[in-house]
Design a protein around this ligand. Sequence first.
Ligand code: BGC
Length: 736
Amino acid sequence: MEKRDLEQLLKEMSLKEKVDQMLQLSGAFYLGDENNVLTGPARDMGLEKEDLEMAGSILGAAGAKTLMRLQDDYMKKQPHHIPMLFMMDVIHGMKTIFPMPLAQGATFDPDLSKECAHAAAREASAMGLHVTFSPMVDLVRDARWGRVMESTGEDPYLNSCFAKAMVEGFQGEDLKEEGRVASCIKHFAGYGAAQAGRDYNTVELSEHTFREFYLPAYRAGIDAGAAMVMTSFNTVNGIPASTNQWLMRDILRREMGFDGVLISDFSAILETVAHRSSADESEAAVKALEAGVDIDMMTSVYAANLCRLVEEGKVEESLIDEAVTRILELKNKLGLFENPYKDADPEKEKKLILCKEYRDLARKAAAESFVLLKNDGILPLDLQKKIAFVGPYTENQEIKSSWSFTGDEKDCVTIKSAAREVFDAKRTSYHNGCPVIGKDVELIGFTGTEKKEISEQELQMMEEEAVLLAKEADFVVMPLGEHYLQSGEASSRAMLDLPEVQMELFRKVTAVNPNVVVVLFSGRPLDLREISAKARAVLTVWFPGTEGGHAIVDVLTGKTNPSGKLPMSFPYCVGQVPVHYNEYSTGRPNLPGMKEKFRSKYLDIPNAPLYPFGYGLSYTSFVISPVALDQDQMTKEGSITARVTVKNTGNCAGTEVVQLYVRDDFSSVVRPVKELKGFERVTLMPGEEKEAVFVIKEEMLRFFREDGSYGSEEGTFTVMIGNSSAVSEGAVFTLA
Ligand code: BGC
């Protein structure tokens, strides 16, 4: 549709019709009996029949046939035959589930995530969807927060690379293209900084930290063309994000130039009343509209109030026109006025879902995301040995993560089924050993409390059988981990340990067999002190998705050499959280030469995390040469080239993620001790060496200066290149 036709359409729409475009309801309202909904949930929400029939978009329903039918019904009733938008959380896959986003961050391979996002978009669009609420680009530092699994980690540069890649993977060049969906980046802004890691809690950040660390990934997503942005639940410096004019108008719209659709998070506008920042729903509606929030997700705050507020002269109708124009423009960009079903196609849906190509991609992505934290040489496994798989993830299909409800765990490959394809049946045994959680852990899922009852006696028997198998084996592989509901939304934890029932099993097994490899499932960094001390190898596999079992066996057997690097520090213990590598310099660093007592440190634990950002081992070894700079002076217009030679000094082919860190040695504002500015995956055969080359330009040295302006400052910079954020040796140049 031409722009002027859209303008004409807007003119012809009634005020009520416009306001209903700004309403998003759950797909569940449309899938059951309409009368039940009208007399039940819709009535409770203060919605009229007309709102239900005319809402401009729905969330959370999928399936080509279903959505085509809903679209037909809607367009028949809609006075101007405007098509409806179908949105959903397609976070790390639709039906083929790829590794969770934090795991994808561990690949340091944004191109691979772009492919995964494209595959997810193809499955989702064949199932009738138009928009995905993804990627979540919130920076995370606090492992207690359950949603760290949805982020790509603690680094603004890494997050920005993934934000761009995922948006491009979902959207492609043109939203009308087949197999593309619009991407909604979230949650604007700063949601990852919830105080004490407690979900939905207050966010208080200095503007400097907010801009330096938290905003870059949103900006990268917007620059990549994300069609939508979602608000966050939290306050930003005292004002809830969803009614925050400074955040939405000044920063998002003006500074970042975002002109797409801004949707509230689930009931976030209404929640400003609970924040006690809006007196009532009407005030919340006015404030959110004035902040430029176009769609109200799942409440009637807009639908039940805006028409009246316009009539009473309390809000300008032009603000509603502005919002509806953006919504209609999105529908138009998706080509819905010409083809309201977009790619919905039951045949294509059948063909694409879980096809071999996507399963292979999921297997590759999962294997690339695993991080080898410790290995004394026990891995890769010697298949001639007697091996026992003992632990609750041995035969467990719940390996998708809590943010992948579109996928079906029945499609997930377990470790046992994958291992059986490779390991000799006579020399290999399998036992879950215990349930994932014991009596001490209570979890609430979408459908209520998750508790699998198991008696003390049954547990004891399970353990005894498993320990016996462990005793008889040469090596024991222990697939342990958090329950998938221990991370994700509303799943904050104060302790970062494994369920006690699993630790008991671990202790019993290590007591009878010291040759233990732990395969660790988790949605977040955990306190791994005991596991690391007692196991001979630890492989973090996050929640790996549909092909998890295959990918794990690929890595355990050495078919795939691990190359993942931590996108988030694994703390020494919970008392250290939030811990991140890019901390600001203090006046009393914990360095030799300073008076021992009065340093910035703990009395009882080290400052360093157990495993730092960027860390991860390989089955081979690499040597990285000292950094060589092509010159030691740089002008603002010029550039400096930093080089290292990377050599594979081990016995098998492998990939090293070479990381470039830069430190601004002196500046008007205190800066991080180092910042990631580049990385490259270098694959080498045994004995082979290659150069990794990074070009440093002035724009990479910019920051928010003392006067609030953004730019670089003259002086010296230290360039460090290594295989984790623990690198310290570097070369110095001067920006003049
Ligand atoms: C989450 C969002 C999600 C939305 C819709 C909210 O609870 O915070 O990330 O997109 O629900 O499912």
